[in-house]
Each structure stands twice: as C-alpha cells, then as structure tokens.
Ligand binder design. Structure first.
Ligand code: CUK
Ligand code: CUA
Length: 622
C-alpha cells in the first residue's frame, strides 16, 4: 500500500465508525421520542379537510430534474413540476415549445431553488433552478407552476453553487462546480492550474418577457464552488461564495482536495462589476462578457476559511456571513463590517490570480464548535437571531445564537442531512416556525423497496426554545435545498387568459381548420369537453388525414375556461402525449413516418364523457 492508500483506508474506517456510532445513538433517541406526546405532534401536522397548509415548500428534485412542491406542516406532496426532464404527465418536453426549451437534453441535476425577491424577501413571482448536469438555469412561473424559460450557460462546468438571487432579483448568480478550460477548448489535465478556470455566471431575468439573459461572467481560479449567497441590506452589493480544492487536485479529490487547512470564500461586488461591464471593460469569451479579476481591482476579494467548506450563508440582517466546513467541525462567523474595514485598509496577506486575500483574523468574528458535532454543511435562520446548521456526519440539527455563539439545542435528524430549509429562513425576515431537514439516508424507517432506500425529510418545530422533531417522510431522489414560502405570497391563476391574438390559437369552433403548406400539415384545433375539433368543414371534424412523411403540427387550444379542465392529447403508437390547460394553446410537431390508422385520445380525465374525447390520425401510405 502506498502512504496515500493507507491514509485513505484509515479515513474510510474512521468515517464508517463515526457513522455507525451516530446511527445507533439516533435510534435510541428515536425510541425516546416515540414515548413523547405523540398526539400533540400529530395535531401539529394535521390539516383538517377543507383547510390548507400555511406554507409551500419548494424542494429541488436533484438529478430527477424536477421541482417537488409540498405543503407545510402536513408534508403532503402537492405537485411535481418538470423543469429539466420530460414529463409525460404534463406533456412537458413533448409539445413543441417545451421540447425546444429542453434543447435536446433528457435530464438535469437541480440542487438549489431560489424564489425571486423584492427587498430581500420572497415576492413569490418566480422560482429559479440550476442544472449542475447540463449547465443551465431555468425559471418557473409561480402563477402557473410551469417552467417558462431555460438558458444554457457557456464556459461552465456544472453551475452547482447557485442559484441565489440578489436582494431585488437584479441578478440570478451561478458559480461553477468543476473547473474547465474556457471556450470549450481542449487542455490536458497537467495544465490544470494555468488553463482550467472557475466561472460565475451573473444572469438577469425579465419578468415581462419571462426570459433570461447572461449579463456577464467572472473568471476565477480553478477552485470548486459550493452553495453561495447574496448579501442583504448593508452587504446588498456583494455576493459571497465558498470554494474548495485550493490544492488544484485533478484526481482522487477525496484525499487530494482535502490537504490544505484553509480554502477560500470569494467576495464579489456585483454593483461595481455591473458598472465595469456597462463601460465595456470585459473580454468576449464564447459569447459571454468575461470579467478577469486581474483587470478589475477593488471588486473581488478572498477570505481564508476552514478547509473544504460546503456552503456560506448571509444572516437575515446582512451583517455577517457564516461558512460551514465538511471536514472542519465548526461554523465560522465572518463580519461584513470587518471585511469592509480590511478592504479599506488594504489589509491583504496574499494575492491569488489577481484576487487580494484578506487575513482570516481581521475578518473572522467567531468560530462555533459544538462538541461532537461533525460535518456541518448549511445554515438557516429564525426570527430570534438564531442559526440552524445541518450536521451531515453526526446527523443532527444544531441551533445556536449568532450574536454569542452559544449552542442552544441539538436534535437528531434521520439521517445525514444535507441542507435544511426554515420557513422564509434565508430572507431578511425569517418566520421562525418550521424547519425541514433534507436527509440523504432514511435507513429502514420506511417499508422496504429493495436495495436503494428513499431519501427522507424531517419536519422540526422551531417555534420554541427547544426544537421538536415532529415527523419524517420519504421522498424521491433527491432534494438538496428547498425554500419554504408563506402561501399568501403565491398568487396562482385559475385559467390562462383568453387571447384572440395569440399565435395559432382558435377560439370559435367554426374556425378549426387544417392547412397544408407543401409537405407541412398545420391543424388549428380545439380541445373542449368532450371532443376535439380539428376541421370544422369536415363531416368528421375529429379526424385528420395526412400523407406518410408529412411534417404535422397540431396547434391545440383548450377553450374550456374553467379551472382544472385540462385536456390531454395522445396519439396511439406514436409515442406522443401533451396537454393543454384551460385557455392554453400549445403545439405538437412530429413527422408522420408510420403509415396506418392511429387513434387520438384525451389522456387527462376531464368529464363524464372523457372516454369519448377521441379521434383519428390517418396516415396514407406513400
Ligand atoms: S449541495 Cu447537496 S447537500 Cu448541491 Cu447545496 Cu449541500
Ligand atoms: Cu379531455 Cu379527457
């Protein structure tokens, strides 16, 4: 065995023992919990029929590429919203518009939701999502809970460390996870330090057109970035990002990227850079306006942080930023005031890639190290000046006071939490009500479904001095982060507005028609209870005849302007299915490459005569 291998093996055994010890400890506590006041716990989560949950929880779906929507406190799942992944249940990725939006990709890896903010508070209008798998950012319109735009990001290696939004959603920021050469260039791994780069994408979103734009990017050292945050109030012009792999390891990262005692937090003044970009001070790289720290003094700084941090969060009042380290068992509180002073005094110890490094001592306010708490990952907040940290390895939530560092309470989670989400817990005004621990492991807490177990989520009441664990529920892979928003902030529509000028829409039955343009067939059709009308002139208005090889477009408008009267549209044996919600117009485009007779039917149960809502596609052989 090489020395490295021995170290690796020893680390593995130690980690395994720790996890085992923790699990046994947790099970003892679980049985103690079971003898507690179960009735009052049940009452806390029981939402009587006819009443609604107080909060929405918007949870990332990880590599499912979807958004999971839950009600809190009942923990009932309300909806799956497809974002990066096709979804036959809603026809997402099958209709022309959504297929184009997915851009040919079949999955995404969604880690961090961010609800749009006004003055540092959720405004409930849009939700943004990152795709670590295929370098994209997406927006979900929270009036319809549908994905409205997806943008690909150049020069990125997995935008893991976002999304997070600045105070008034000026920017939706996405730092990369893996370093890559810029501009899709090839460079050998031996050239890692010189040729590979970390990149932060600063994107904007227009609420009117519902479209993203890539405002600019910042090129950074080839460190790896983890979930980061925007400043608030006094720090509102800044974003803070944690990094690891200051070792520039290119192989065996679990050992090689964990050597240095310190990694870095990078601070960026986005307001300053915005001015620089407006003044044309950038380089064009692969279609992006690229900012290089070496050319821009006074906007980008680094602060040393305990090794291999996994996240950094700004306190609700915006005065501090808190980092937690996977390998250093503590939370570190940094002061923005001290940071700004050190910058003012140019109190720098070093420079990395043109980035001045501040001294740790000059900006650090406090290290919080609860005995035996291991693997702190992410931080949430309540309304009383307390922070809540997930402890991945010791499998617990630690509550502590930000001002004093005093540890107030600890409660086990079942098991190994990544993020936690508190009610409005990352805004300027947290509610201090519920905290959901998003766990990587459920062990045998649920009925077995084979070798792979579900992930789990714990609901914890944080309204009192002591935390109270209420319940655990299973969840599909894999929530990383979630946000919990008060229901009053979400304003959904009941139907899509009737718009006579909408492209391809048909509102009067007599206007339904089939138009041929060369070998393209355009059907301007209607879906209504309980029939399709494709061609009002035909004596069989629900049948369409095309020739083999034709390119067929079904433009379908749902003219039932009543909520929840959604119609589906499936073509038997053609592997096609999409839907039109009330008042919506949508298009299905395909090539009729199979001759024969193919039934068309409504896939979404819409009325007593839903079964009769059908027709035929007749494809004449060549
Ligand atoms: S990460 Cu998964 S638990 Cu992508 Cu924010 Cu920390
Ligand atoms: Cu329309 Cu079923």
């Amino acid at each position: 065995m090489t020395t490295k291998r021995i170290i690796s093996a020893v680390l593995g055994i130690v980690a395994g023992l720790l996890v085992a010890v923790v699990f046994f400890a947790d099970f003892n506590q679980a049985s103690e919990n079971a003898s507690g006041d179960l009735k009052s716990k049940a009452e806390k989560v029981y939402v009587p029929y006819g009443e609604l949950d107080e909060y929405y929880m918007m949870s990332s779906g990880g590599h499912s590429g979807q958004l999971f929507v839950y009600g809190i406190p009942s923990m009932r799942k309300i909806r799956t919203v497809p974002i990066f992944t096709p979804d036959p249940a809603t026809g997402y990725g099958y209709s022309k518009e959504t297929k184009e939006m997915l851009g040919g990709f079949t999955w995404g890896d969604f880690h961090h939701p961010a609800i749009s903010e006004t003055a540092g508070d959720y405004d409930g209008e849009f939700l943004f999502a990152n795709d670590v798998g295929n370098n994209r950012v997406a927006a979900v319109d929270l009036s319809t809970f549908t994905t409205v735009d997806i943008m690909s990001l150049p020069n990125m290696g997995g935008p893991h460390a976002g999304v997070f939004v600045t105070e008034n959603t000026e920017y939706i920021a996405l730092p990369t996870r893996f370093a890559r050469p810029l501009d899709n260039k090839y460079a050998d791994l031996d050239k890692y330090e010189e040729e590979y780069k970390g990149v932060v994408s600063m994107t904007t979103f227009d609420k009117e057109t519902k479209k993203f734009d890539l405002a600019y990017q910042i090129v950074l050292p080839p460190w790896s970035y983890d979930l980061s945050d925007a400043g608030k109030k006094m720090s509102g012009d800044w974003i803070v990002m944690t990094t690891y792999n200051s070792e520039f390891a290119t192989t065996n990262l679990e050992i090689n990227a964990s050597q240095n005692d310190r990694d870095y937090i990078v601070l960026v003044n986005w307001k300053k850079l915005e001015e620089e970009v407006a003044a044309g001070n950038y380089h064009d790289v692969n279609g992006a306006k690229m900012i290089d720290p070496r050319d821009h003094k006074g906007a980008i700084y680094a602060v040393p942080v305990a090794k291999s941090p996994h996240g950094v969060d700004v306190t609700p009042d915006g005065t501090r930023y808190i980092a937690a380290g996977k390998l250093a068992p503590m939370m570190t509180v940094f002061s923005f005031e001290k940071t700004f002073e050190a910058i003012e005094k140019e109190d720098f110890t070093d420079e990395k890639f043109g980035i001045p490094v501040l001294s740790y001592e000059s900006v650090m306010e406090r290290e919080v190290d609860p005995p035996g708490a291991l693997g702190p990952l992410h931080t949430q907040f309540d309304d009383k000046g307390n922070a809540y940290n997930t402890m991945f390895i010791s499998s617990e939530i630690v509550k502590w006071n930000i001002e004093t560092g005093e540890v107030i309470d600890r409660t086990p989670s079942y098991f190994s939490p990544g993020h936690a989400a508190a009610a409005e817990g990352d805004t300027v005004s947290p509610d201090g009500k519920w905290l959901v621990s998003l766990n990587k492991i459920s062990k045998d807490n649920f009925l077995s479904v084979g070798p792979s177990h579900p992930e789990s989520m714990d609901l914890i009441d944080i309204s009192g001095e002591k935390m109270e664990h209420i319940m655990a529920v299973p969840v599909d892979p894999e929530p990383h982060y979630a946000q919990i928003v008060h229901r009053d902030k979400i304003k959904t529509v009941t139907v899509y507005e009737k718009d006579e000028n909408r492209e391809n829409s048909v509102w009067k039955q007599e206007d339904a028609r089939v138009e041929r343009k060369g070998d393209e067939v355009h059907v301007y059709g209607i879906a209504m209870r309980s029939r399709f009308i494709f061609d009002a002139q035909s004596d069989r208005p629900d049948a369409v005849t095309v020739k083999e090889g034709d390119r067929v477009f079904f433009h379908l408008t749902n003219i039932d302007l009543d909520q929840d009267i959604t119609h589906g549209f499936g073509i038997n044996e053609y592997d096609l299915n999409f839907e039109v919600q009330p008042g919506q117009t949508s298009t299905l485009e395909f090539v009729a490459d199979k001759a024969g007779v193919y039934p068309i039917y409504c896939t979404n149960f819409c009325s007593a005569l839903h079964q009769e809502m059908s027709g035929y596609l007749l494809v004449e052989p060549k």
